[in-house]
Structures are given as structure tokens and as C-alpha cells.
Design a protein around this ligand. Structure first.
Ligand code: KIV
Ligand code: NA
Length: 265
């Protein structure tokens, strides 16, 4: 079937149909998720943590995202591929943001871009959108601002609710086609979802968002160590790969691999 387009996501909201987004960073994960019918994939800068071994998304570069975006876009033909704009690649000016977005589209083959922030990045969203590039916004907890926000904290509690609502309306007004809400109280996320015409995508934002997103190595149990409270583990891939790697190493040590069926005469 044909490529998912942003207007399909808008129609889904109007019909009350929820959908799931996952991150993807390489050809294997992208092809599995497309086969699973995941309509939208994000080449997220969460790759800093789950692919590149960094302790935050802050050091991730445009070239890092481009490499992974190329792998994902080559490996998919139906899912809509969104490339994340890394820290430092869009904040300075709308012109800087547009230049980065153009690279992600031309060199990466992405069909949309995502950036973090609400009111403060509205001019960026407007210019990129006017250039014909769909923009996904990201408000609430924004990991690139971890240090400014004082760590991983729920956003929009108490007086923060007004800011969250202002950010949500600002990104819609600027032309965003969808908005990720991360670590926002469920009731507030439900209110935003009702007030906005564009789809909301929750991560730690309750069940009433129009869509959900998770970082795939977290949801598949591939990530080592602790995962955030909002993650549901749908598999234990780490244990399965650990078992396979150990069994392979045992077989090599004992001389049971390779067998005759793996060898050439
Ligand atoms: O980088 C990422 O994976 C993200 C999602 C969590 C929305 O921004
Ligand atoms: Na991100």
C-alpha cells in the first residue's frame, strides 16, 4: 500500500482512531516495524542513549541522525519517517532550522522532521512548514533541555499547565502537523488533545492522546538497566540475545559449531 502521509494522521484523529509510533535507527528494526504496520517511525536522537552509548541526547549530531535516517528510509516504503533535529541544529534561528531540515529531507530521505520546544521555536516551525516540510513538535519534558529543566521531571504540573497549554497552541498555530507530549500529567494531556485539531502523540502522557510513541529498545526489553516508568516492556530481547550469544560461544568452544551442514566440501 501507499506511503502514510500527514493527512492520514489528521483523518485518524477525526475518526478517533489511535495509532502507535516507534523509534527506528537501522534497517532491521525499520523493516520489522513496517511489517508490523507501525504507520510512523521516528529516527530519534534517543539514539544517543540506545545506539551510540552516550549518556544524553545533547552530543548527538546532524551527521549521526543522517546516517541512521538513510538506513531507515532505504528500508521502508509505507511508514512515514520522521527525522529528529539534534540539539544545536535549529535553536539559533529559523534559517538555521530550515537548513538542517532540508539536509534531513535531501540527504536523509526523511518525510518530516521533529524539533523540541513550544513558543520558543514557533518561528522555526513556521519557516520549515512554509518550505513544504512537515514538522512534528515535541513539548512537555524535552530531553535536549535536561540540564535547563533540572533533570527528568514531569512537566505541566501546577502553574506549569499554562505554559504547556501555550506551547501546544503555539506549535499548532505555527503549522506543526502533530505534537509529541512527554511526561505530562494524563489529565492535562487529555485537555490538550481535545483542544488541538492536530494529533497529539504521548510518551508518559496518559491514554487519551491521539497516538503513543516509545523508544523501541526500551519497549522490547533490549536496553540494559532502568527504563522510565512510562515504558511497558513487550519483550525481553536482551535476555534472548544474551542466551544466543552465550550458546554460540559455547558451541564454538566445544567444537559443535560449525557442523557439516554449515561447511563446504
Ligand atoms: O528521540 C526520541 O526517541 C524521541 C521520542 C521519545 C519522542 O524524541
Ligand atoms: Na528526541
Amino acid at each position: 500500500s501507499a506511503r502514510v502521509r500527514v493527512h492520514h494522521l489528521q483523518q485518524a484523529k477525526e475518526r478517533g482512531e489511535k495509532w502507535a509510533m516507534l523509534t527506528a535507527y537501522d534497517t532491521v528494526s525499520a523493516s520489522v516495524f513496517e511489517e508490523a504496520g507501525i504507520p510512523v517511525m521516528l529516527v530519534g536522537d534517543s539514539a544517543g542513549n540506545v545506539v551510540l552509548g552516550l549518556s544524553s541526547t545533547v552530543p548527538v549530531t546532524v551527521d549521526d541522525i543522517l546516517l541512521m535516517t538513510r538506513a531507515v528510509t532505504r528500508s521502508t516504503k509505507r511508514s512515514l519517517i520522521v527525522a529528529d533535529m539534534p540539539f544545536g541544529s535549529y535553536e539559533s534561528s529559523p534559517e538555521q532550522a530550515l537548513a538542517t531540515a532540508v539536509r534531513l529531507m535531501k540527504e536523509g530521505g526523511a518525510q518530516a522532521v521533529k524539533l523540541e520546544g513550544g513558543v520558543r521555536v514557533a518561528p522555526q516551525i513556521r519557516l520549515i512548514t512554509e518550505a513544504g516540510i512537515p514538522v512534528m513538535a515535541h513539548i512537555g519534558f524535552t530531553p535536549q533541555s535536561e540540564h535547563g529543566l533540572g533533570g527528568f521531571r514531569v512537566q505541566g504540573r501546577g502553574a506549569g499547565a499554562e505554559k504547556l497549554l501555550a506551547d501546544a497552541h503555539a506549535v499548532q498555530e505555527a503549522g506543526a502537523f502533530a505534537v509529541v507530549m512527554e511526561m505530562v500529567p494524563a489529565e492535562l494531556a487529555a485537555q490538550v488533545t481535545k483542544e488541538l485539531a492536530i494529533p497529539t502523540i504521548g510518551i508518559g502522557a496518559g491514554v487519551d492522546c491521539d497516538a503513543q510513541v516509545l523508544v523501541w529498545p526500551d519497549m522490547a526489553g533490549f536496553t540494559g538497566g532502568r527504563v522510565p516508568k512510562f515504558v511497558k516492556k513487550y519483550a525481553d530481547l536482551r535476555a534472548e540475545l544474551l542466551r544466543a550469544a552465550k550458546e554460540y560461544a559455547d558451541d564454538v568452544r566445544s567444537g559443535t559449531f560449525p557442523g557439516p551442514e554449515h561447511s563446504f566440501e
